[in-house]
Structure formats: C-alpha cells, structure tokens
Ligand binder design. Structure first.
Ligand SMILES: C[S@@+](CC[C@H](N)C(=O)[O-])C[C@H]1O[C@@H](n2cnc3c(N)ncnc32)[C@H](O)[C@@H]1O
Length: 255
C-alpha cells in the first residue's frame, strides 16, 4: 500500500464515523431523488440513469475486478451498458499495451450482456450504432424468464463475471434476479443491486411505481443475503461515495 493509499484509508475510516456528513448525504439523496437528479446525465452521448458517485464506484470495481463479462439487467437508453463497455474496452486496451500486441477492435475480448423487457427501437438503434456495439449483446425479455437466464448462464461459462441488477425494483423481481444472476458472479467480484434506496426514502418519490418502502430491492438483498453466506455487503463503498442509490446493494462474492 502506498503512503497515499494509507492516507485514503484513514480519511475514509473517519468519514464512516462522521454522522453530520452522512445526514447531509441522506438529505441530498431525498431532495435530489424528488427532482429526478439521476435522469440528467449522459455517458458518451447516451442517457445514463445513475448517480455519478455510483458510476465512479463502478469504475473502481471494474478496474479492480477486471471482469470478462458484465451482465446488466435494465438497459433503458443504454448509458450504463455503454459505460460498462467503455470500461471493458479500456481494460482490453491496457492489456494489449502491457502484452505488447495490437488490439483487435473487431474481436473484443471483454463484453457486456444486457437484458431489458422492452428495448425501445430508438434506443436499440443508438446502442447498435455506438462504436462499442460489438462488445454488447442485448436480449429483449424479462430478466427472470428462464430462457433469458439460461442464455446468461451459457455466456458466463468460464468467464470472470460482474452483475448489475437495475430493472424492475420490486422485492419479488429482485429476489428472483438474485437467485438467477448472483450465482454467475465470480469470487471476488460483485453483484450490484441498484435502487435499494427505495427502502429508505419517502414513498412519495415513487407514487407511479409498484415499488415502495414495503416492496423494494433492499428487502430482496437482505432476504437473499440471509440465505446465501457466499456474499457480503461491501459497506466501504457506500461509506466512501456517501451518495448512492445502492445502500447495502454492493454485494461482494467472498466464496
Ligand atoms: C432504471 S431503468 C435502467 C437504467 C439503466 N441501467 C441506466 O443506468 O441507464 C430500468 C429498465 O428496466 C427495464 N425492465 C423493467 N422490468 C424488467 C424486467 N422484468 N426484465 C428486464 N428489464 C426490465 C425497463 O424497461 C427499463 O428500461
């Protein structure tokens, strides 16, 4: 560990005990969710429905895990899958530089598998026309459809896999997604359950949605974790980024 990394560790340990800053973060989350803050960002031209802090955490995780395959449920406009594809493209590029060989951009090594129940035509077109499109396989269907899960399982064979669950945020759906997709995650890698924050904020934010404080991804993650000791919540991530839609949602596979 470098001196700088040691300093970061000390700062973060202090921050984790800093109740005033955590209260401010929680107020910011409520106020910003109410005005749909996460709907204002773009990744390389595509709308990405995320908080920048979660995307930065994802970047750090992708860098440390170096997955071969990122499986994502919930495509929407494609921003998050283009983000994942670009991080994987950089990993392939660095590997080529270090290995002293030319990168074959038409045959990418690291890939994204993305699932959405309703891929709007304009989004499919924009994603398909993106320069990194050949890293992305899109499947239209429910993420818990056995055929879709089978396809994800087959594509994950022998790969280092990281999973992001960001589709239907009801308890039942996320619980089923965890059962289907968490087993694909490699040891040391992550299953990221988005929008666990629904549990912690007013239902007034989601009046037009089926999820609520009594029906949400955090409950699904907790139930699933109580039955699966091979994953733990990586609390360090949320206590570092402070602003996150995924409290208790960064699940690390430890065995
Ligand atoms: C929050 S958006 C995804 C945002 C995207 N990950 C991003 O960061 O930009 C949720 C998406 O989940 C999709 N969805 C809803 N129910 C689903 C299901 N049962 N299976 C797969 N996708 C679903 C919706 O069509 C929608 O596009």
């Amino acid at each position: 560990m470098t001196e700088f990394e040691k300093e970061v560790e000390i700062r973060l340990a202090k921050q984790a005990q800093n109740e005033p800053i955590k209260d401010l973060a929680s107020s910011f989350m409520s106020a910003s969710l109410a005005q749909k803050y996460s709907y204002n960002f773009f990744w390389q031209g595509r709308p990405i429905i995320q908080y920048p802090q979660d995307i930065f955490a994802m970047q750090e995780l992708i860098w440390s895990v170096k997955p071969d395959l990122i499986v994502e449920t919930g495509i929407a406009h494609g921003g998050s899958i283009i983000f994942s594809a670009s991080m994987l493209a950089l990993l392939d590029m660095y590997e080529a530089i270090e290995g002293g060989y030319d990168l074959n951009v038409s045959k990418p090594k690291r890939k994204v598998l993305a699932v959405d129940i309703d891929i709007k035509e304009h989004n499919r077109k924009a994603i398909s026309e993106h320069p990194l499109a050949n890293r992305i396989t899109m499947i239209q269907g429910s993420s818990v459809d056995p055929e879709v899960v089978k396809a994800a399982r087959e594509l994950s064979q022998g790969k280092k896999v990281l999973v992001v669950l960001d589709s239907n945020h009801t308890f039942e759906h996320v619980y089923q997604e965890l059962q289907a997709y968490a087993p694909l995650v490699s040891i040391g890698s992550y299953c990221i359950v988005m929008d666990t924050i629904v549990n912690d904020v007013s239902d007034a934010m989601y009046l037009d949605r089926p999820w609520s404080q009594n029906n949400n991804p955090k409950q699904a993650a907790h139930k699933w974790l109580s039955e699966n000791s091979n994953f733990v919540v990586d609390k360090d991530i949320e206590s570092k980024i402070l602003l996150t839609v995924a409290p208790d949602g960064y699940l690390k596979r430890i065995k």
